[in-house]
Design a binder for this molecule. Structure first.
Ligand code: NAD
Ligand code: MG
Length: 396
């Protein structure tokens, strides 16, 4: 395999660190040419010292000065940039052919879209980018002639269970009847909604099976994560919404499934370790060692699957409603959720207010056609404003 040149957007996060872990074991296959982070400057400096990219990007001038100083002390010369536009430069000016899109939230949209347009292979972890801009994003992939490899474990599993021809041409369904997205149900799977009033951020982030960033951990607790993933699957695989199902599977061994017309159901199984889908995306169509322990089926106590209880997870219902409404509604859903989750993590918004904020924004901002990036970013900004105002009123 020819050497791949990688830009990693969000290299200091959970997905970014796992990506570098896989890359570290395969220096003959991968060269890191750009690393980006928002605020964790020391961690980024360590990564720059180890992987020596051409470009490093941080959020602001202070961070850039701090990073430059840390690199100077080690006599390492790397171009240090900052700000949202520099994230696009990390994609378009670093000489990369592959982009790991692992920024959390809407902040990842513009550079990920730039990667799609520029014809880079996109390894997509940043599901929020696709949720916001599905149609536009898939068009950009087409016009850029690039390959989109899903990194989200469920979508990666489905990608692995689909015939190759299908993945290259999502309009040909080749007997696919349904996609089954599995969900662990998060830390509150067996608790009544009414019991969750006093939940703290640390309780919500204590996921039973996966170690992840704090925003996606809260999304897993509310099951907004699965809702975002339904919308993600809709755009990635081109199936009608009614054919995308959610199954609660507490063991997180089956990462998702495809049901075919002839009665076959194909599942992808493995440890709950993101290095598996990351390695798959990095090396596709080859397979490489991901550093993941083999799955021992004889040690499993059983696998169970149940229907989700929508009344227990209002965020899941809201996501389905936004998916059905289409247009700008998924962008509104996503922005409202980002604001609500940040307020829960940082400003004491009660856990049970998260769906209330999202519902309020969806009602206040009816769906419009999402035909341009400007419209989508406009809806995102509007939803943030409405969400913040609503939270402010709740907290008065
Ligand atoms: P994280 O919080 O651990 O890391 C986020 C990264 O994004 C960090 O490097 C951070 O510096 C950067 N970042 C945050 N805000 C930014 C901004 N405004 N501008 C530029 N950079 C910014 O998150 P994570 O858990 O690694 O998740 C990353 C993405 O991958 C999310 O979209 C998440 O939904 C998706 N994902 C994560 C997992 C997982 O196991 N962690 C699994 C599936 C999908
Ligand atoms: Mg997932």
């Amino acid at each position: 395999m020819p050497l791949k040149h990688l830009a990693i957007l969000g290299s200091t996060g959970s997905i970014g660190v796992n990506t570098l872990d896989v890359i570290r074991a395969h220096p003959d296959r991968f060269k890191v040419v750009a690393l980006t982070a928002a605020k964790q400057i020391e961690r980024l400096a360590e990564q720059c010292i180890e992987f020596q990219p051409a470009i490093a990007v941080v959020a602001d001038a202070d961070g850039a000065a701090q990073l430059s100083q840390l690199l100077l002390e080690k006599k390492i010369s790397i171009q240090v940039l900052y700000g949202p536009e520099a994230l696009v430069s990390a994609v378009t000016e670093s000489g990369c052919d592959t982009v790991m899109a692992a920024i959390v939230g809407a902040a990842g949209l513009v550079p990920t879209l730039a990667a799609a347009k520029a014809g880079k292979r996109v390894l997509l972890a940043n599901k929020e980018a696709l949720v916001m801009s599905g149609n536009l994003f898939m068009q950009a992939m087409k016009s850029g002639g690039s390959e989109l490899l899903p990194i989200d474990s469920e979508h990666n599993a489905i990608f692995q269970c689909l015939p190759d021809r299908f993945t290259k041409n999502p309009s040909v369904h080749l007997g696919v009847e349904e996609l089954w997205l599995t969900a662990s149900g998060g830390p509150f799977r067996d608790r009544a909604l009414a019991d969750l009033a006093g939940i703290t951020p640390d309780q919500a982030c204590a996921h039973p099976n996966w170690v992840m960033g704090r925003k996606i951990s809260v999304d897993s607790a509310t099951m907004m994560n699965k809702g975002l993933e339904v919308i993600e699957a809709f755009w990635l695989f081109g199936l009608p919404l009614e054919k995308i199902k959610v199954l609660i599977h507490p063991q997180s061994v089956v990462h998702s499934m495809v049901r075919y017309r002839d009665g076959s159901v194909l599942a992808q199984m493995g440890q709950p370790d993101m290095r598996t889908p990351i390695a798959y995306g990095l090396a596709w169509p080859e397979r490489i060692d991901a550093g993941v322990a083999p799955l021992n089926l004889t040690q499993l106590s059983g696998l169970s699957f149940t229907e989700p209880n929508f009344a227990q997870f209002p965020c899941l219902s809201l996501a389905f409603a936004a998916a059905k409404a289409g247009g700008t509604s998924p962008a509104v859903l996503n922005a409202a959720n980002e604001v609500a989750v940040a307020a829960f993590l940082e400003n004491g918004l009660p856990y049970l207010s998260i769906p209330k904020v999202v519902e309020h924004c969806l009602n206040a901002l009816p769906s419009a056609s999402a035909d341009s990036l400007e419209t989508i970013l406009g809806s995102d900004a509007q939803a943030r404003q409405v969400a913040n105002q609503f939270i402010h009123n709740l907290q008065k």
